[in-house]
Design a protein around this ligand. Structure first.
Ligand SMILES: Cc1ncc(COP(=O)(O)O)c(C=O)c1O
Length: 379
């Protein structure tokens, strides 16, 4: 189905096409100089020491857990209101996910109080997810981590260039992970980045990304080295230079795209804030954020009413989504005990509205008029 207003649209142009053609013509299309350049620029954009391209964020999370030594029977705290990859990665290293509730219907990030209550002698790490690019309460969470000697992984998929206390998200934890999946702020189709300020983690991540081998094929092809050893039980988690060349162009466009999104968010808030039945999460947040998505939560509602409203919006040509079905309710996690009332309410009553740089003010007015009409008609 084609929508009048899609949830997301790529901002690709001639620059991305040219970058791909140039890379194809260079005849080096797997991991090589474009990946190196993308890593350097991405690290600079965050003011982080090291960035390493990887095939996607899911493998970045897996690497992060391996680098931090998380293993069988360790417990890792994670929100349930996230994409399931943040949780599955914990199972990749045979550790146990421990789900935590979000703060409230307004602040839909993981609750520091819930984190503290979930800690046991087996807890080794916390994965925070900055929902929509809005920062978790890192001051409190880092204090808890320090007190209990826990590692922090930032799942910063939604938050490239988002700021917290004057620093970029992705520079607070021991390791952070970004996604460049096609609907993300920075899109390469598939792709991801592992970011850290720790040289040891970076060097080991580089090994693990490529089978544990001491040299990459690009280095060997250039005659920098002819032999290699295998030091670790690694993987093929590399990105290729075709995608990296798109990433370089996308990174250059990122700030201006986020500036447009910030204006759209203001317009959404202006139009929605007087609708009594709607909660706008993070409404009063003022620091610079990526606005990866624009979520609303329906007040005094149910999943059935929410789904009906989404169906009505679809009839009006507006594409919406849900972020997220709660991970702890998925069949594979049903055996993990948890009581997450805020997460369950938001998972049942959240609607994600269209958000990307090309949305117009007129389109936002149309979306909000459609919401108002259906809410007044008691859906
Ligand atoms: C919060 C979060 N974590 C992890 C991922 C996984 O990213 P990728 O698709 O790059 O593996 C996503 C992607 O949607 C995400 O939104």
């Amino acid at each position: 189905m084609s929508y009048k207003i899609p949830l997301f649209d790529l901002n690709y142009g001639e620059e991305e096409e040219k970058a791909v053609i140039d890379t194809l013509r260079s005849k080096w299309i797997s991991t090589g100089p474009r990946c190196d350049e993308f890593e350097k620029l991405f690290a600079e954009s965050l003011d982080a020491k090291y960035a390493l391209t990887v095939s996607n964020c899911t493998v970045s999370l897996h690497l992060a857990l391996r680098l931090l030594g998380i293993k069988d029977d360790d417990e890792v705290i994670v929100p349930s209101l996230t994409f399931v990859a943040s949780v599955n990665a914990i199972k990749y290293v045979n550790a146990k996910p421990v789900f935590c509730d979000i703060q409230s219907y307004e602040d839909i990030n993981i609750s520091p109080e819930a984190i503290e209550q979930a800690i046991t002698p087996k807890t080794k790490a916390i994965i925070v997810v900055h929902f929509g690019g809005f920062p978790c309460d890192m001051e409190k969470i880092m204090g808890i981590a320090q007190k209990h000697n826990l590692k922090i992984i930032e799942d910063a998929c939604h938050g490239p260039l988002s700021e917290y206390q004057g620093k970029k998200l992705g520079t607070f934890g021991d390791i952070s992970c970004f996604s460049f999946f096609s609907n993300k702020n920075l899109s390469t189709g598939e792709g991801g980045m592992l970011v850290t300020n720790n040289e040891e983690y970076y060097n080991k991540a580089k090994l693990l990304r490529s089978h544990g081998m001491t040299s990459l094929s690009f280095e060997r092809s250039k005659g920098h080295t002819t032999v290699y050893d295998v030091l670790e039980f690694g993987y093929n988690y590399r990105l290729d230079d075709i995608r990296a060349s798109i990433g370089i162009v996308q990174l250059k466009k990122l700030k201006s795209d986020l500036d447009k999104r910030a204006l759209l968010r203001e317009k959404y808030i202006e139009c929605l804030e007087n609708i009594e039945q709607i909660i706008i999460p993070f409404k009063n947040h003022s620091a610079f954020v990526s606005n990866y998505i624009f979520p609303i939560v329906l007040k005094d509602s149910t999943a059935e009413k929410r789904d009906l409203l989404r169906a009505k919006l679809q009839e009006d040509g507006i594409q919406t989504s849900i972020h997220y079905p709660a991970a702890h309710r998925f069949s594979i996690y049903k055996d993990l005990q948890c009581n997450l009332p805020n997460t369950e309410y938001v998972a049942d009553n959240e609607i994600t509205l269209p958000m990307f740089g090309k949305v117009t003010v007129g389109e936002i007015e149309y979306i909000v008029a459609s919401i108002k009409k259906h809410i007044q008609n008691k859906i």
